[in-house]
Design a protein around this ligand. Structure first.
Ligand code: FAD
Ligand code: SIN
Length: 519
C-alpha cells in the first residue's frame, strides 16, 4: 500500500505525541508505532520532569547543574534555551490534561529532588510520572481529528535518493527524506509512506545491553535507520547506566528504583549494610548518575557480589507507601517490604545521551527529517544526562521541531517516483533461534566489554566479536523475508557498532565514557 501524509511521525512516546499535537492543526498527521501506542520508555518514567517553576529556584542553578552533570561538554546555548523554555512546555502538558502532584494547599506543584540537582525541581505524578504523561498526551492525540495512530507498524528504513537509484554516501551534500518504508506486523506487508516532513521519535537503545531498564521496543531503530541513510550521528559512547535497578535477575526489563527515593533520603549500602559513597563523592548517594553507577560497579567487583542495597527505611512508612506506591507494590510482590527490608539493586543500561544529531530546531543532517526525544542528540546532555532532563528535552525539541516543520512544509511536495519495497526472491526464515541467540550474544558482549568501565582491550574484543555477528546477520537479512525481530537485531548490531566506534574514538575519560586506559 502507498500512503501520503503531510507529517509522518515514527514513535508515540512523549516526543512523537508532543510534535503531532503541535502540527496537527495545520495538516494530516500519521503516527506509526511498532507496538501498542502506549508502549515506550515514556510510560515507565518514574522520577519526573525537571523545570524551574518558582522563585525559590533559578534558571542559572538548573543550567549550572546540567553543565556539571554533562562534564564540560554540553552545548551551553542549548542548555540555556532548553531550561528557559521548560516552564512554558510544562504548562502546555498541563493544558493537554497531564496531572502533576501538588502541595497540600493545591496551589503549587510538589517538587522532588534527584541526583545532581541542587534544588527540589522535579515535577512528578507520584512515582509513575511517565504513565501519566503518556496517558494525557495519548488521549489528546486520539481526540484530534487530524491525527491517525497506526499501531504495529514497524518503520524499516527512511526513504532517500538511494531508493531512487542514486549513490548516497556520508559526503553527499543534500540527502533528502521522502518518508519511510514500514512493515505491517499483522500482514507482513511492507508499505510505502510518503511524507512532506518526517519526525523520528523512536526512543532509546537500552536493549543493546543484557540488563536494561528500557522496554523491549528500545532497539535503536531510528539511529540505525539514519546510519544506513548516511545521516550524522553523535555522542553514542555516552550510554547512561542507572545506578539502581531492582535486582531480580529473571525480570526483563529491569524494574527501576527511582532516584527520587535517594532524593527523599534513601542511601546506598554494601552487602554488610555499610554506607560506601563517602569513598567516591562528597555528594554521597546524590552524586550524579555516572559517579554513583561507577561506585556501585566498583563495589560489586571488589566484593564479587551481584547486587548491593538501597536502604529506604529512614524515609518513613507513610511517605514510602504514599509517595512511592508503584515501587512499594512491586517490591512487595517479590517478598521485599521496603519499609522494613533493604532493596537489592544493581546498575542497568538506562538512557542513550547520543543519537541523531539535530540543530536547535530538531532538524537532522537529512533534509525534511527531524528527530526528537531519546533518539536525538541535541547537545543538552553532553557527557552525562542530568536526571529528569530527558522528558524535558523531548517536549522542548518537539515544540521547536514543530515550529520549524510548519514553516518549511508549505514548500515541500511528495516524491511520487519512490518505488515500492522489493521483496522478490526472499524466503521466510523459520529458525527464530538464529535471531534470538545472536541477540543474547550481542547483549552479553556489550554488557561485559562496553559497559560502565571500558578498556582498549575490551573494546577491541567487542569489536572483533561483533564483526562475526554482523556478517552472519547480514547474510540472513540478504536472503530472508524481513520480519520485526530480524530488523530489530540488525538495528541493535548497528547501534552496538556505533557505540564501540565512538567509544574508541573518545580518547579522554569524560562523563559516562570511562576507560581504564585513559585519564
Ligand atoms: P519512547 O517513549 O521510548 O517512545 C519510542 C516510540 O517509538 C515508541 O512508541 C515505539 O513503539 C516507537 N518506535 C521505535 N522504533 C520504531 C520503529 N522502528 N517503527 C515504529 N515505531 C517505533 N526521563 C526523565 O526525564 N525522567 C524520568 O523520570 C525518567 N524515568 C525513566 C524511567 C525508566 C524506567 C526509563 C526506561 C527511562 C526513564 N527516563 C526518564 C527516560 C525517558 O523516559 C525517555 O528518555 C523518554 O521517555 C523517551 O521518550 P521518546 O518519546 O523519545 O521515546
Ligand atoms: C529516575 O526516576 O531515577 C529516573 C530519572 C531519569 O532517568 O531521568
Amino acid at each position: 500500500m502507498r500512503y501520503e501524509v503531510d507529517f509522518l511521525v515514527v514513535g508515540s512516546g512523549i516526543a512523537g505525541l508532543s510534535f503531532a499535537l503541535k502540527v496537527a492543526p495545520y495538516g494530516k498527521v500519521c503516527i506509526l508505532t511498532k507496538g501498542e501506542a502506549s508502549e515506550g520508555s515514556t510510560r515507565y518514567a518514574q522520577g519526573g520532569i525537571a523545570a524551574v517553576m518558582y522563585d525559590s529556584d533559578s534558571f542559572d542553578k538548573h543550567i549550572h547543574d546540567t553543565l556539571v552533570a554533562g562534564d564540560g561538554i554540553c552545548n551551553r546555548e542549548v542548555v540555556e534555551m532548553t531550561i528557559r523554555e521548560a516552564p512554558d512546555r510544562i504548562r502546555e502538558l498541563v493544558q493537554y490534561g497531564v496531572e502533576f502532584d501538588r502541595d497540600r494547599k493545591g496551589d503549587k506543584f510538589d517538587l522532588h529532588r534527584e541526583g545532581g540537582h541542587s534544588e527540589f525541581r522535579i515535577l512528578h505524578h507520584k512515582d509513575n510520572t511517565g504513565e501519566e504523561i503518556e496517558r494525557g498526551l495519548l488521549e489528546a492525540a486520539r481526540r484530534h481529528p487530524n491525527i491517525e495512530i497506526k499501531e504495529r507498524q514497524f518503520a524499516i528504513d527512511i526513504i532517500t535518493q538511494h531508493h531512487l537509484g542514486q549513490r548516497v554516501t556520508k559526503h553527499t551534500p543534500d540527502i533528502e527524506c521522502y518518508g519511510v518504508y514500514a512493515l505491517d506486523c499483522d500482514t507482513n506487508r511492507i508499505d510505502t509512506y510518503l511524507a512532506k516532513v518526517t519526525l523520528l521519535a523512536t526512543g532509546g537503545m537500552g536493549n543493546v545491553y543484557s540488563t536494561t531498564t528500557t522496554p523491549v521496543i528500545s532497539t535503536g531503530d531510528g539511529v540505525a535507520m539514519v546510519h544506513r541513510a548516511r545521516g550524522v550521528l553523535s555522542d553514542l559512547e555516552f550510554m547512561q547506566f542507572h545506578p539502581t535497578s531492582l535486582y531480580n535477575p529473571a525480570e526483563k526489563p529491569a524494574f527501576l528504583i527511582t532516584e527520587a527515593m535517594r532524593g527523599a533520603g534513601a542511601v546506598l549500602k554494601d552487602r554488610e549494610g555499610k554506607e560506601f559513597m563517602q569513598k567516591y563523592d562528597k555528594r554521597l548517594s546524590l552524586a550524579p548518575r555516572d559517579i554513583v553507577a561507577r561506585a556501585i560497579d566498583n563495589e560489586m567487583k571488589l566484593s564479587g557480589k551481584d547486587y548491593l542495597y538501597l536502604d529506604a527505611r529512614g524515609i518513613g512508612k507513610k511517605q514510602l507507601i504514599e509517595g512511592f506506591p508503584t515501587i512499594y507494590a512491586k517490591c512487595l510482590s517479590i517478598g521485599i517490604d521496603i519499609t522494613r527490608d533493604m532493596i537489592p539493586i544493581r546498575p542497568a543500561a538506562h538512557y542513550q545521551c547520543g543519537g541523531i544529531k539535530v540543530d536547535r530546531n530538531g532538524e537532522s543532517s537529512i533534509h525534511h527529517l527531524y528527530a526528537a526525544g531519546e533518539c536525538s542528540c541535541t547537545g543538552l546532555h553532553g557527557g552525562n544526562r542530568l536526571a529528569s532532563n530527558s522528558l524535558l528535552e523531548a517536549v522542548v525539541y518537539a515544540h521547536n521541531a514543530a515550529q520549524s516543520a510548519l514553516e518549511k512544509v508549505k514548500n515541500i511536495g511528495f516524491k511520487q517516483e519512490v518505488p515500492d519495497w522489493n521483496a522478490e526472491g526472499m524466503v521466510l526464515n523459520e529458525e527464530m533461534v538464529l535471531i534470538t541467540q545472536t541477540k543474547k550474544e550481542l547483549q552479553e558482549i556489550m554488557w561485559n566489554y562496553v559497559g560502565i568501565v571500558r578498556s582498549d582491550l575490551r573494546l577491541q574484543r567487542a569489536f572483533d566479536r561483533l564483526n562475526l555477528i554482523f556478517r552472519e546477520t547480514e547474510d540472513l537479512y540478504n536472503r530472508s523475508v524481513l520480519t520485526e525481530p530480524l530488523s530489530e537485531l540488525r538495528n541493535l548490531i548497528a547501534c552496538a557498532y556505533l557505540i564501540i566506534k565512538m567509544a574508541r574514538a573518545r580518547r579522554q575519560n569524560v562523563g559516562l565514557h570511562y576507560s581504564l586506559d585513559l585519564v
